[in-house]
Design a protein around this ligand. Sequence first.
Ligand code: PGA
Length: 291
Amino acid sequence: MGKHLHLKLLSALEADGLGIKHSQGWYPFIAFANAPEIIESETKMALKKLIAGNWKMNGSRAALAEVTAISVAASAIGHVESALAVPATLIAPAFAAAPGFSIGAQDCHWNDAGAHTGCLSPGMIKEAGASFVIVGHSERRTDNHETSAEVAKKADAAIQAGLLAIVCVGETDAERDAGKAVAIVTGQVRDSLPGSANGDQLAIAYEPVWAIGTGRTASAADVAEMHGAIRSELVQQMGDVGHKVRILYGGSVKASNAAELLHIPDVDGALVGGASLKADDFIPIIKAAIA
Ligand code: PGA
């Protein structure tokens, strides 16, 4: 039962005089002792973790065997979702090489079609076999000067096309050193959010820029602080839906640190770059999500 239903039930009880008023709401007599915890646990109901690989500009047809190996091994691991964002040239062949496995793209345009040389629309990548798309990765924000406003338009268009949008955010080293990490990242979240989404259509990936491809990862305390701040921002912007949006951590995730990172509160999965290229490296990360 979601929080909304709970609140409906509680107001019905209130109307019938069957409940007790508590500072956090009305609770039926029998459930009174546990009611605040019930509300809390249902609102924060554990989300199924998502482990998404990001191959970046790596991979040719020769790598399709690796896609198959990853999909076969991943399909035997229950209670966790896994996915691979491959280069656009590999979406269709990867989709064919890994039936039933979630293949995605690393970017999309916000328009359906038009004079945008070199770009791909959400509909095009979906037709090729993608079920999700990464938008606003820090490498695109830096290399291609993408703004959060553009990222929001991409996320919106992706969702309209029926794709899951993974929206990336993250602070630089200098921004963290200046004590601005939380403000920068929550600002990026606010400005990059699509107009509307449900929990299945949107995920946020928190990737500190200084942790991407460097072997450095944020401390568990910093990850917990940031994911908590992102969750609050999501709830502020989206209401209850904000509790259902998965928040992934990314930046040098590997088999040796995955279990610790993936069990921090509000870490609902991972976005994995280098360690997603080989099944031998990626599969242990997927397994760590359920360990
Ligand atoms: P990394 O990349 O795991 O190689 O650090 C993560 C990402 O950029 O998504």
